[in-house]
Design a protein around this ligand. Structure first.
Ligand code: AMP
Length: 200
């Protein structure tokens, strides 16, 4: 099962990914996590990505596409994967299509989290507070100012993916404003019909 989770920052993609990983035993491929690891490790990719991530903009398509192309070659991704935070532009979506076609693979489904964007700033503030309370480092881009830039990048560059996947007939939407467990129920009901593939 190969799925994409689509939705603005703070929509709950990461939280639901954890549950999907547990249920279907496929890895979550979060480009944000991979980029943060590259920044922390000071790799060439990390050096390229650091300032743009801190300002809330998008890392160049070629960089991110390269990371994903390598990651889906890993053995744990053979049975499928969850893409969280990728693709984020139509060009990335086109590159992904090409990548999968070359491997004789296809996507199973795209799950879009519909949320009230005004509520997201509050959610992000809460995420930062909870992270700090656990004694963990708070993401530098989880401040209200940078978050607004991230949301603007989403509206301008990522939101058009909805129409892109709608045309393929693969797009399914869930109500991301419901309580976490209720969203999980919706997500699972979208994914279950594709579960056969996950076990093959
Ligand atoms: P996220 O953890 O998904 O919120 O991503 C954090 C930041 O990483 C984003 O604000 C971007 O700067 C960068 N990023 C993550 N995924 C992508 C992507 N697919 N394309 C471009 N930039 C990305």
């Amino acid at each position: 099962m190969r799925i994409i989770l689509l939705g603005p920052p703070g929509a709950g993609k990461g939280t639901q990914s954890e549950r999907i990983v547990e249920r279907f035993r496929i890895p979550q491929l979060s480009t944000g996590d991979m980029l943060r690891a590259a920044v922390a490790a000071g790799t060439p990719v990390g050096l390229q990505a650091k300032s743009v991530m801190e300002s809330g903009g998008l890392v160049p398509d070629a960089v991110v596409v390269g990371i994903v192309a390598d990651r889906i070659e890993e053995p744990d991704a053979k049975r499928g994967f969850i893409l969280d935070g990728f693709p984020r532009t139509v060009d990335q979506a086109i590159a992904l299509d090409r990548m999968l076609t070359e491997k004789g693979l296809s996507l199973s489904t795209v799950v879009e989290f519909k949320v009230d964007e005004d509520a997201l700033v509050g959610r992000i503030a809460k995420r930062a507070e909870e992270t700090a309370a656990r004694g963990q480092a708070v993401r530098k881009d989880d401040t209200p100012e940078v978050f607004k830039t991230r949301l603007a990048a989403y509206r301008r560059q990522t939101a058009p993916l909805s129409a892109y996947y709608e045309k393929t007939g693969m797009l399914r939407t869930v109500d991301g404003m419901k309580p976490i467990d209720a969203v999980t129920l919706e997500v699972m009901s979208v994914l279950e019909p594709h579960a056969e593939a996950a076990h093959s």
